[in-house]
Design a protein around this ligand. Sequence first.
Ligand SMILES: [Zn+2]
Length: 236
Amino acid sequence: MRKLKIAAFMPHPDDTEILVGGTLLKYKAQGHDVHVVIAMDGRRGRGHLPDSVSWQEIVAIRHEEARRACAILGVEPIFLDIEDHRLLDDRDCYEKVIAAMECLNPDVVFTCAPNDYHNDHRCLSRLVLNSAWAPVFFAETSCGVDFNPDFYVDITEFIETKIEMARQHQSQFTEDPKETIEIVNRFRALQCRRKEIRYAECFKLYKRFEWVKAYELLPHDDYELPEKIVPTTERN
Ligand SMILES: [Zn+2]
């Protein structure tokens, strides 16, 4: 497989790790060129920080947490620093997204699902679609609500590192993110119906053109199809 340039355009600091962290780790392990773009400045993600902390300090904390998480991936994140909860499908936001897209010129793009729970997520999804020519995969919605995947990526080997990445966003979590990540990715793995797949992330492809073999753009696996497909009449 040729070396691909992968770009994850994610809204808030911490979305990358939760939604696509395992897949990015797998790309990286397979020698691909991985980039992370974080659209929002994170100022309204106060988490459990006290009221005395200013929004400027929150932005600085969230930048630092994102850098630490991405350092585990071996990547320096690109910050677009759009104000939290103020992402719009307008000229200013579009210029920032398309400037990053043109600078990176990726082969494959990941972003949020267009029906995700948060306006910043939905709006970024639209801006990314409007600025990307490369194939775009949508990561699953928060906790998988109303999301029916096209593709799964086995992240069993990377689950612990993914959790470690998420844990770097200490200001955001009152509880360890481990349980949520394990439940969601275990549930998706069960849908794969292969016992060696313990954890999986899943995606939908924006079917614009030349999408039939899109699975070849995802990290490679060596799984063989079963030698024999059991006829319907022999199944129980
Ligand atoms: Zn978010």
